[in-house]
Design a protein around this ligand. Structure first.
Ligand code: PCA
Length: 212
């Protein structure tokens, strides 16, 4: 059976959970649109996250790769449009590294586009009643770093599509007034993302309700 690789991150910044890890674990082994999902959890570490992703790409040989990370403070499930070639960390990663103004890949292009049908994904999430919007920036921490590394790796694998999705806090992480989303809604949401990516050949040309 063809495969979909879905990755999440371990908790970071002193947190005890990361919704993206829970999503990857929950979806591991499920079948979506005739494809088997393999869920993997990556370290929240510059360099190490890309190395581990490449190891999974070799093992799984997926048709589709969806990397997921937490973006605390956002209220929607947000497909990222673009990965940029910069690491600029406001806090240290889980190994204590805090690169400033460093390239992800020296000599690499300034950016890579997601190859997921991001507008169709937002529309499909809305049809399920889930909050969703396109994001124009994945930040400059480990999520953008991994997203850039993913798209750079996929540039050498024609036909394999991939991209990055940020998700809000879980309810137990959100401080008063902060938005959050239940884990079951995120799991449904990422299933919709995967199904839409498999079944959509041509992305929609319509507004994505951009917020970030
Ligand atoms: N979110 C962080 C890194 C890991 C995660 O889940 C980010 O947005 O860069």
């Amino acid at each position: 059976m063809k495969k979909i690789l879905i990755t999440g991150f371990e908790p970071f910044a002193g947190a005890r959970v990361n919704p993206s890890e829970e999503i990857a674990r929950a979806l591991d082994g499920r079948v979506v649109a005739g494809h088997q999902v393999i869920g993997a959890v990556l370290p929240c570490v510059f360099g190490g996250s890309i190395a581990e992703l490449k190891r999974w790409l070799k093992i799984v040989r997926p048709e589709l790769v969806i990397c997921v990370g937490q973006a605390g403070g956002r209220k929607e499930i947000t497909p990222e449009r673009v990965a940029i070639n910069v690491d600029d960390a406001r806090i240290a990663d889980n190994s204590g590294a805090q690169p400033i103004d460093a390239p992800v890949a020296r000599g690499g292009p300034a950016a890579y586009w997601s190859t997921l049908p991001i507008k169709a994904i937002v529309a499909a999430l809305h049809r399920e009643g889930l909050p969703a919007a396109i994001s124009q920036t994945a930040g400059t921490f480990v999520c953008n770093h991994l997203f850039y590394g993913l798209m750079r790796a996929l540039a050498r694998r024609p036909g394999v599509r991939g991209g990055f999705i940020h998700v809000p806090f879980l309810p137990q992480q959100a401080k008063r007034g902060q938005p959050s989303l239940k884990l079951c809604e995120m799991i449904t949401g990422l299933t919709v993302v995967a199904r839409t990516a498999i079944t959509t050949r041509q992305d929609l040309a319509q507004t994505g309700g951009q917020t970030h």
